[in-house]
Design a protein around this ligand. Structure first.
Ligand code: ZN
Ligand code: ZN
Length: 270
């Protein structure tokens, strides 16, 4: 039996995944800081006992180098997570990004209070990482009855690693997809690469559920709309009035924070 759950926590309402296979557990993104990561790893351990009936070894994968997705890594490492799958780009940039982002989190008014739980020294946020072999190679690991592929794409950031659960029709997209708020386009974004990446996600023919970096899980229709939005912005970049809209999934969704959503069992693939 396999369990796929999403924990959504503040600050930044970031989504972190917990995939529990029969002999390994994978955490997707370590979250914004120590307390979120601590909740994440404790929940992963509980789920492992409930689902697999044993204490699975836990690995982690980081989708991209924005602080809310990886500042919890050192806490996971302290709790025994030894393997962090990342893109080559993340491996090369981790240190510089941590230095710059820690300063930004401390000075931004909306995160200044939260920053008190972060270390003074950005080096304390760093972990030893395992770069995914070749970009776009679709490197695969087996968690036990659950095959997981890593694809290194890009566009939202210099490298966006997506996690594809081939047997379950689920893809964790990082911030290549965002629900409930406009996709965040920073100086490290490339709209043409972003469009190409969303086309690749749509080429995963088994995929029916896409878990965005922020917001509730979305379907293929949502992805098509977001692709059109980003492609439109790409073509109209000279027009400063053009902005990406916030798209929401139709229907009633629990948007409370923190929240936990079980996607599988009960997912389309089962
Ligand atoms: Zn991001
Ligand atoms: Zn994000």
């Amino acid at each position: 039996m396999v369990n796929v759950s999403v924990l959504s926590q503040n600050p930044a309402a970031v989504n972190c995944g917990i995939i529990t296979g029969s002999h390994r557990t994978l955490i997707i993104d370590s979250g914004p800081g120590p307390s979120a990561a601590d909740r994440l790893v404790r929940r992963a351990q509980q789920l492992s006992l409930e689902v697999a009936g044993r204490e699975n070894p836990i690995e982690a994968v980081i989708t991209h180098d924005h602080w809310d997705h990886f500042f919890g890594s050192a806490t996971l490492a302290g709790a025994g997570v030894e393997i962090f799958h990342v893109s080559e780009s993340f491996a090369g940039d981790q240190e510089a990004t941590a230095w710059i982002a820690l300063d930004a989190v401390r000075t931004a008014p909306e995160t200044a209070e939260f920053a008190s739980e972060l270390p003074e020294d950005p080096n304390e946020l760093l972990v030893k990482v395992s770069p995914v072999a070749a970009p776009e190679s679709g490197a695969m690991i087996d968690l036990g009855d659950c095959r997981v592929e890593f694809h290194v794409l890009g566009g939202h950031s210099t490298a966006d690693l997506v996690v594809r659960l081939v047997d379950d029709g689920i893809v964790f997209t990082g911030d290549l997809v965002e629900e409930g708020a406009p996709p965040q386009v920073g100086t490290d974004a490339s709209l043409s690469e972003w469009v190409a990446s969303l086309r690749i996600l749509l080429s995963f023919s088994e995929a029916t559920v896409f878990v965005p970096g922020h917001g509730v899980p979305v379907d293929r229709d949502f992805l098509e709309h977001q692709l059109a939005d980003i492609d439109g912005l790409r073509m109209d970049q000279a027009d400063a009035e053009v902005a990406l809209p916030a798209r929401v999934m139709p229907g009633d969704h629990d948007r409370s924070l923190p929240r936990e959503q079980v996607i599988c069992p009960a997912c389309a693939g089962q």
